[in-house]
Design a protein around this ligand. Sequence first.
Ligand code: ADP
Ligand code: ZN
Length: 606
Amino acid sequence: MAKIGKQTQFSLTYIFLALWAVLLIRGLVVSYTAVEEVSYSEFLQALDEGRVREIEVFANFIRGKMQRLTAEGAKEVSFATVRVEPELSEQLKRHSVAFKGVVENTLVRDLLSWTVPILFFAGLWLLIMRRFGPQQQSLMLGKKARVAMAEDLKTTFSDVAGVDEAKQELEEVIEFLKSPQRFTHLGGKLPKGILLVGPPGTGKTLLAKAVAGESKVPFFSLSGSEFVEMFVGLGAARVRDLFTQAKEKAPCIIFIDELDALGKARGMGMMGGHDEREQTLNQLLVEMDGFDATIGVILMAATNRPEILDPALLRPGRFDRQVLVDRPDRQGRVAILRVHIKGVRVAPGLDLELLANMTPGFVGADLANLVNEAALLAVRHGKEEVGMPEFQEAVERLMAGLEKKNRLINAKEREIVAFHEIGHALVALCLPGTDPVQKISIVPRGIAALGYTLQVPTEDRFLLTKTELENRIAVALGGRAAEELVFSDISTGAHNDLSKATNLARSMVKEYGMASDLGQVYFESERRSPFLQTAMGGSQEYSDHTARLIDEAIKAIIIGQYRVATRILQEKRNSLEGGAKLLLEKETIEGEELKRLCGAAPEPPA
Ligand code: ADP
Ligand code: ZN
């Protein structure tokens, strides 16, 4: 569709050019050929005197050759004359009136009759075009997706900071793009679709560009939201076009920003979904399945809402790799600030660590903005270099805006979150048989969690003992226990933990027969097909009395483990306070510092 549009447009331009040329030439020919225009009476006289040699008679004029008597004798000239009504000319001749016919010069009129409509339509076209965004404009003109070639992309990994884990995961992609053949030769598994997941402004687009820049391949980019406002059918055509182009330029990267706008689960939303979006999404899936990864086209996409994506997009062979691009911690912010002050003349000895301390919750885009704002303030203050006062003022300004957008948590909340997370970590560190703690962080992650404690199992487990399950419950409750211990008050932040603890306890009682006074009985009804289950509701195969006992057993487990958690934290009160302080300061704790947190040898509670 788009292609035809382009061709027609081209040929139209040529036709117009040709017409102009014809009209111009006609005008020139008419005015410059050596035909002498004579008056009609002169023609009649010549006719009378027998001097006219040959004539051609047209409806309005007569053309021919005649002898002309000059001082040097008779000479033949080509002539043309405009005819005058025969009777009138008779009469005029009788009265010896000199007369001639006149042809109106129609050149100007002809030109106008051509140009006015053309100008009119051109104006109309421009008017229509102005009402659409540049994206639709280029579509209507049949232009292809914008292509930024590798030369344009000077972005490298050194421009992206504070997201080292994401960078590490993308190394392999760069390796692949640099020489796809070599990579396949060595038997590497080919990456095809990579989903960058993270909050807005954390540098997902920047990372994708850096991958293109590092591997020196072309970078095609599109935004998912552009498709949604398109005319029906164009989105799909556009996707097809994009892949055709990309395959020609392989190895290359296709980047789709805001994949969620395009890739929302089908059938969601009002009125049975958005037809255009679904068509486009389907086309995208078709194209993704339709190319062989060996040619070296890598699809990258960014989203901050992976949970609403159509599951079809995440299937193997599509976006089956997800890379988390998280908010930076304090160290990360220092690194990002270092990147952005490169182009700015800052006061010597500017304390970036201090700046990072002042900006918890800021993402890369905010920090870039901060440096920019500070530089502007310095100009306004008439300073030669950007110093701490400017940065301080800029932080205050940006803070206000970000707080309104609810992106930052305030100091009190940070403190609660810090104690909460240390609570989880300490309980986990002190109880035997729990998964080792890898990292504690109060950098908000994703949408729901304000902080997190990362526990990674050292081995795959198929069997868990009763004690291990109990310990897990205690760890889940550790956050809330710490809050209660320190603040004598509790917050809503534990809601996820409670559901996790309760689910574990329920399984222990109902499925694993681990509640002593209920005996080794299995109370969970067998899993049915999901359709049946919803139809029948939660059918219950035990008496109300047993139900009460089950509830009580679950409650007993929870209360017992909450006590365990509280006791550990009471004993480790110093570690709790120290850890929270450290966490507030550094935002993440891992490795050696983590080991030191609990003291050398964590003694199990008696
Ligand atoms: P996203 O795509 O995640 O919304 P962008 O990549 O568009 O974020 O980031 C916007 C701008 O913010 C970038 O152009 C860059 O200047 C700055 N920025 C964001 N993250 C980082 C980072 N990790 N390191 C350096 N600059 C960053
Ligand atoms: Zn928690």
